[in-house]
Design a protein around this ligand. Structure first.
Ligand SMILES: [Zn+2]
Length: 61
């Protein structure tokens, strides 16, 4: 099982860390802007992708 470095991702819509989705890219697509899925939803922004490396809440493994 591979482990990826888990760096804190800032949310572009609120000051809290731990953004779990990408909402857009900047420049030539190399800079990804992150946000919480809830924040993106509140803004009516579509997420490009979400991170699945977080521990699921109440996951059934
Ligand atoms: Zn947020």
């Amino acid at each position: 099982m591979q482990k990826r470095p888990s760096r804190p991702r800032p949310c572009t819509y609120c000051p809290a860390p731990g953004a779990d989705a990408c909402v857009r890219t900047q420049g030539d697509g190399e800079t990804h802007i992150y946000a919480h899925q809830a924040c993106a939803q509140a803004k009516g922004v579509d997420t490009l992708y979400v991170f699945t490396d977080e521990q699921p809440a109440g996951g059934s493994s």
